[in-house]
Design a protein around this ligand. Structure first.
Ligand SMILES: [Zn+2]
Length: 283
């Protein structure tokens, strides 16, 4: 290799190095810009989520609740909030000082934002917020979504129970961060909210599930409102652990028995209980 060829090669290596360096700098610049944008959007979303008043026309305070709404508030809702509060008192996590925000679905952007972020649901309960998403019918006491109806008082109590879970366990030990098995997270919210006369008896609740067609994704109650089958199963398991095994919710959270084993144990109890009832009837 002569002097010029060697020199040209050194020049090429130098140029190549410069190009790589420039590209790396560009990538770094764009990564930084992208990160800054994501953080900014995330921050803005968080501010909007934590401050519902930014997306609602009015707010009404009732006892420990601040109700956010766009249209004139139907006072029936306040009665439903009081009824739901009574249900919450059955929870070992009940906190009479807890202040909650209730966000109504009356053309505000707030429920739409929640649907975009977390998906379609009858309602959402997280941190200190209850967000209704379906169409609320105050007179008939239900929330309708895709022609299915959920009892409004019980839905409010269900979502408020999630707020109690957040309040007692803290953000990091609550779902979705803590990854608590779904039957324990949802089953407890169902357990606290389902206290109607036709929902108290575990044997009858199990019988209602058995009588429901396997292909149905929902189970229907006496007031013709529904609950998804998965939630229903979680609910009766929770009822079994709390009412029959006399466990506290904290003990259930700490317990490591698998979902399958709890179900098996509960069904054994159901069968035994059933045969005992039949025997005593004939004696
Ligand atoms: Zn829930």
């Amino acid at each position: 290799m002569n002097f010029y060829a060697k020199h040209r090669q050194t020049l090429n290596v130098g140029r190549h190095f410069k190009q790589t360096f420039r590209m790396k700098r560009q990538i770094k610049k764009w990564t930084l810009r992208l990160t800054a944008t994501v953080v900014l959007i995330g921050g803005l979303l968080l501010i909007i989520i934590l401050n519902p008043i930014l997306t609602y026309a009015s707010k009404t305070t009732h006892n420990n609740y601040t109700v956010f709404h766009n249209k004139t508030l139907d006072p029936t809702l306040l009665t439903k909030l009081d009824q739901a509060t009574e249900l919450l008192k059955a929870s070992e996590f009940y906190n009479p000082k807890l202040h909650l925000d209730i966000c109504l679905n009356d053309r505000s952007k707030y429920p739409k934002l929640m649907r975009t972020l977390r998906g379609q649901a009858f309602a959402w309960g997280f941190y200190n917020k209850v967000v209704l998403q379906g169409n609320t019918n105050y007179q008939d006491n239900n929330v309708e979504l895709n022609s299915y109806k959920w009892n409004l008082t019980q839905l409010l109590a269900h979502e408020m129970t999630h707020c109690l879970q957040f309040d007692k366990l803290g953000f990091w030990k609550s779902n979705p961060v803590a990854n608590i098995p779904n039957w324990k997270w949802e089953g407890y919210a169902e357990y606290i909210s389902r206290q109607d006369a036709d929902q108290k008896n575990l044997s009858k609740n199990i019988a209602r599930l058995i009588a429901t067609k396997k292909s149905n994704w929902q189970v229907t109650f006496a007031d013709s409102t529904i609950v998804p089958r998965e939630y229903y199963e979680s609910w009766i398991m929770m009822q079994y652990c709390m009412n029959i095994k006399k466990m506290t919710y904290k003990q259930i959270l700490a317990d490591t028995t698998s979902e399958q084993n709890v179900t098996q144990e509960m069904m054994k109890w159901y069968e035994k209980n059933k045969s005992e009832r039949t025997t005593s009837y004939w004696q």
